[in-house]
Design a protein around this ligand. Structure first.
Ligand SMILES: [Zn+2]
Length: 540
């Protein structure tokens, strides 16, 4: 056995010539640049407004800086950590390859949002992204370079050499950076995009940022001033949070396909123009539930209503919502234990038994939040029961859809047909409960790209995002005589007492407070889509 191992290592020595650490680091550096950073240079070339000469100079400078920095990183890591350094370089190669695959395939940027979404995604959803082409890509561009980093014999050399190489690397970077000082403004204007395309720095830096953010978010939510319920009329609000539902594919908003055959027949449906505050789930959902746009964590609508004495239930097939502190939080699998005859793979499970739930409430005020996942990619075709497959053929996932956008849109439109069915059933259920004043509010967390400009899914920073990622459906149904709507102005700068032409997500909090007759210092009447019921009537 020993003899065999000895022979093997002799063979290895014969096959792979040992390299100096200098040469090894050069190879790692050049490899990192060509294998993982072409999208970065592509972005610079397309977005710099320099003349051709200026562009070439900027690109050349960035190439040299990146080569030198990557060289220094490889040299330091290997020299200081030896075998651990090799393992680190190998892991970076694997993650780099994965990141570049997603940049190419879905046009994403690896910024703090993307990294946050990676950490917030459940395996069952993330597995939708795994495909043969991903594994092949990782094998060629991740695993092979990783094996090279692990097994290439290296002669480490003296500490003196380390000093000389690192010192001269830093000097080169400083000289070139100072020659490009005029580019500072351009770089700072594009820092998110540039940083998001630079491997491995994009995810290393942003993972640190996310860890420090989530550390901050552990802090208690900021309590809102106490409110009180001012009448004892029976009232129920069902707030439906849509997932990746974009306005453009709703018949209610003028889409040419009949994606809302049922809702478009519903009387008393009030349809608003609206935009989301972000293009990803955690931020969009937070904006729907918080009283105002804030980086801080305020008491969320369900928590606040619950503390004020409302019977609150949260039913979800999704994730990524802010912290919810109420007595009844039900996931789709928990609901399917209650209703074993309903298929738990589809969002129909969320509305199952809802009438009994409301009518058996011990309270007069009920708030039910349905956090749906009906239009969540990349496997749209898995999100609805077969009988809702109206548009055919469908793409199984976004990757297949990239080759045939029509098939991808078919699958997506079927999810909107299914949404139409769910919301229509919900409205019919509420309408039948004549003892209750009731309202159904539907608003999406953000929109979705379906191949326009080769973009897919969602999650681009707001200032880069196309309209389809933030133009969202927002519509409301109320039972007769529940509340009156405020008029909507044709202008964004609306006169007193009217709503602006386009609403955003923070209207939900205040409108729901009104519907549940919660009087509170946190309530802002300008952010309420309803007229305030006058006090004389309320106190009778
Ligand atoms: Zn979402």
């Amino acid at each position: 056995m020993m003899e065999f191992l000895h022979k093997l290592s002799e063979m290895k020595k014969g096959l792979i010539r040992p390299l100096s650490l200098f040469s090894f680091s050069c190879i790692v550096s050049i490899g990192t640049l060509f294998l993982y950073n072409l999208p970065f240079f592509n972005y610079v070339a397309n977005n710099s407004n320099e003349s051709v000469g200026g562009k070439i100079f900027l690109l050349a400078s960035l190439v040299v800086i990146m080569l030198v920095l990557n060289f220094m990183m490889a040299y330091l890591v290997m020299f200081l950590m030896r075998i651990v350094g090799r393992v680190l370089l190998a892991i970076l190669a694997l993650i780099n390859a994965t990141a570049v695959y997603f940049i190419f395939t879905y046009s994403v940027m690896i910024d703090s949002t993307t990294i946050g979404n990676v950490f917030n995604t459940r395996y069952s959803e993330a597995s939708g992204f795994f495909s043969w082409s991903l594994w092949l890509f990782i094998f060629v561009f991740g695993l092979l370079p990783a094996l090279y980093c692990l097994f290439q014999p290296v002669i480490y050399g003296k500490v003196k050499k380390l000093g000389i190489y690192c010192g001269s690397s830093l000097a080169v970077v400083l000289v070139i950076a100072s020659m490009n000082i005029s580019q500072t403004l351009w770089i700072s204007q594009h820092d998110t995009e540039l940083g998001g395309l630079l491997q491995p720095w994009s995810y290393l830096v942003n993972t640190c940022r996310i860890i420090s953010f989530s550390h901050d978010e552990q802090a208690e939510e900021i309590k809102l001033p106490d409110g009180q319920i001012t009448d004892d009329e029976k009232a129920v609000v069902v707030l439906v949070i849509g997932e990746s539902a974009r306005k453009a594919n709703f018949q209610l908003y003028g889409y040419e396909r009949e994606t809302n055959p049922l809702l478009s027949q519903q009387e008393d449906l009030k349809v608003y123009q609206a935009t989301s505050c972000a293009t990803y789930t955690t931020a969009g959902t937070k904006a729907i539930l918080e009283p105002e746009n804030s980086d801080d964590l305020y008491e969320m609508l369900p928590n606040y209503a619950f503390r004020t004495g409302v019977d609150v239930s949260w039913r979800t097939s999704n994730w990524g919502e802010p912290p919810i502190h109420i007595d009844e939080y039900l996931t789709d699998s928990e609901l399917s234990e209650q209703y074993p005859d309903e298929n738990k793979n589809y969002d129909g499970i969320l509305i199952k038994g809802i009438r009994d739930r409301i009518e058996s409430s011990p309270k007069n005020k009920v708030l039910i939040v349905l956090h749906t996942s009906t239009s969540h990619g990349p496997k749209y075709a898995d999100k609805y029961p077969k009988e809702f497959e109206v548009y055919k053929p469908v793409a199984k996932n976004v990757e297949e859809g990239e080759k045939n956008i029509g098939m991808l849109i078919n699958a997506y439109d079927n999810t909107i047909r299914y949404t139409d069915f769910l919301l229509d059933s919900l409205i019919n259920t509420l309408r039948a409960m004549e003892e209750w004043n009731s309202a159904m509010i539907f608003i999406s967390d953000h929109g979705e790209s379906l191949g326009e400009n080769k973009m897919f899914m969602h999650g681009l920073p707001m200032r880069l995002a196309p309209k389809v990622q933030y133009e969202i459906p927002f519509f409301v149904w109320t039972s007769k005589g529940f509340r009156d709507y405020k008029p909507t102005s044709s202008k964004q700068d609306a006169p007193e007492g009217e709503l602006p032409a386009v609403l955003e997500q923070h209207y939900i909090f205040h409108s729901v407070l009104n519907l549940l007759s919660i009087q509170s210092p946190a309530y802002k009447k300008d952010f309420d889509i309803f007229q305030v019921k006058d006090d004389g009537e309320r106190q009778h």
